[in-house]
Design a protein around this ligand. Structure first.
Ligand SMILES: NC(=O)c1ccc[n+]([C@@H]2O[C@H](COP(=O)([O-])OP(=O)(O)OC[C@H]3O[C@@H](n4cnc5c(N)ncnc54)[C@H](O)[C@@H]3O)[C@@H](O)[C@H]2O)c1
Length: 268
């Protein structure tokens, strides 16, 4: 049983649903978010503990792990869920311009939050887990880390890096009792795809662009926790992603042609 879990990005969306599910299972949950108010609200609701911090700051992650272990207890499960996506600028994957933030900042923030935050968390918590012969590391990547996110090159590249890093963790530490999972969802009804928190809708999102099979955050959280506890490395919350990966690896060039066609259909 998981007694103590840390969930980053726990203030909203999938992270919040994970906090609720783990608390229902009887775990004490540390809800971490850059949005301190949201973290407080979730922690109050589930009887957990809130911590406001930016996961892309390594010192903050180290301090979090030290404080939680000193003041509350050993962390059984660390879920690096916080993630960002900004979209390409107007000229696509190589855009040097456009959007709310300069494009280089979008690349560096995507890299820091989607990848380095998972590295910092693993560096801080795995040595402690090794000393006590076990623990769970769950990194939330995306189906974009196996396939691609049309319209967001930085998201696609950093989510691929998250999958690659998590594979390394599983290969390195699996023999030492560390259970490692990477989660690769397709669309989930959260603010990230332009839907309201706790949305029950299973269509919409992505500014109205069609996407197959939007799942609710609560459904996704249940699949993640169940499959991680079963010891599964690759958690595919959306079954169709298995087919898409098989198509991609079976004939890469055909897959690229299919994705081009899909992109053209979105542009209409
Ligand atoms: N929603 C989807 O369709 C979808 C699909 C695949 C993967 N994902 C991934 O799932 C994870 C959760 O996304 P979501 O859909 O719940 O989005 P969301 O925007 O609802 O939640 C993300 C949370 O992360 C927090 N956060 C962002 N930057 C942070 C930082 N620097 N430090 C601490 N907290 C930070 C936000 O405040 C927010 O609470 C992300 O890694 C995302 O890439 C989402």
């Amino acid at each position: 049983m998981v007694k103590l879990a840390v969930v980053t990005g726990g203030g909203h969306g999938i992270g919040r649903a994970l906090c609720r599910r783990l608390a229902r299972d009887g775990a004490r949950v540390v809800v971490v978010d850059i949005d301190g108010e949201a973290a407080d609200t979730v922690a109050t609701e589930i009887g957990g503990v809130a911590r406001q911090l930016d996961v892309s700051d390594e010192v903050s992650i180290e301090t979090l792990v030290d404080e939680v272990e000193d003041q509350i207890g050993p962390i059984d499960m660390f879920i690096s869920n916080a993630g960002v996506g900004f979209g390409d600028g107007p000229s696509g994957a190589i855009s040097p311009e456009g959007g709310m933030l300069p494009v280089d900042d979008r690349w560096s923030i995507s890299w820091d939050v989607n990848v380095m935050a998972q590295v910092y968390a693993a560096r801080a918590v795995i040595p402690r887990m090794l000393r006590r012969d076990g623990g769970y590391i769950i990194n939330i990547a995306s189906a974009a880390g196996l396939l691609s996110q049309i319209g967001d090159a930085a998201y696609s590249a950093t989510k691929h890096a998250s999958v690659g890093f998590t594979e390394s963790l599983a290969i390195n530490y699996g023999d030492d009792g560390i259970r490692v999972s990477v989660v690769c969802p397709q669309a989930v009804a959260t603010r990230m795809i332009g839907m309201a928190d706790d949305s029950n809708a299973t269509e919409g999102g992505f500014n109205g662009n069609e996407v197959d099979g939007i799942l609710k955050a609560e459904e996704v959280a249940d699949i993640i926790v169940d499959q991680a506890l079963e010891g599964r490395f690759m958690i595919l919350t959306h079954p169709q992603v298995t087919t898409y990966i098989q198509r991609k690896t079976g004939d890469y060039d055909r897959w690229i042609a299919g994705m081009r066609k899909f992109r053209r259909s979105l542009a209409k």
